[in-house]
Design a protein around this ligand. Sequence first.
Ligand code: AP5
Length: 206
Amino acid sequence: MLGPPGAGKGTQAKIVAEKFELAHISTGDIFRDNIKRQTDLGKQVVSILKSGALVPDEVTVALVKDRLQQDDCQKGAVLDGFPRTIPQAQALDGLLADMESNIAIVPYVKVRDEEVVERLSGRRTDKRTGKIYHIKYNPPPHDADLEHRSDDQPETIRERLEEYHSKTAPLIAYYSDKGVLVEINGEEEISLVSANLLRAVEAAAK
Ligand code: AP5
């Protein structure tokens, strides 16, 4: 899943993973979980996530390599937030070649920067279930135990957008050249984005 912060990658990746019974690998979720548990990795990346910068490629690639070798990835996986730089994409090509696997589709969820700011300011996550909500577009149930991500502050959102445009957006051409990129309008309602995305994944799987 490719797209700017707040495009809906996490929201949609969960839906695709459930529908096609694939593993859902979110590098952001893995980093946040390590920060919460105060592991060595968590201590290494906490200030990077807080600033909105990207974690070094070698750290991220090693983590994904390990994760892809776990049993639940045998049928395939939805990669959410990885790769995020050209070196990460090249490393992934190498990993998949070693595993005799390949990329079926790279959905590029397109959303404008103004919309990103609106979405991230209103995003809330349920601490217990990990479900993603928006106070206006996808209101949480009353019994949810909500948290507001520490990198969803205006200054950090700006930094994340800059990182996206300079380091991640070049992947649009990278995957377009490989013939696997499918652009999805991320500014429709969540259910419509899902319907378009599921249709594209189904077509790619054939
Ligand atoms: P990560 O967790 O990957 O964050 P991100 O890419 O910035 O993406 P987000 O999780 O913010 O947004 P999303 O696209 O998943 O949108 P969501 O579905 O939540 O990364 C965090 C940090 O970890 C990075 O900054 C970096 O430091 C590090 N990191 C992670 N991966 C890395 C890598 N590969 N290399 C280096 N560093 C890495 O939706 C957002 C909101 O919008 C929600 O409130 C949702 O309810 C709402 N919404 C969703 N869809 C719609 C819709 N269609 N209409 C209206 N509202 C919607």
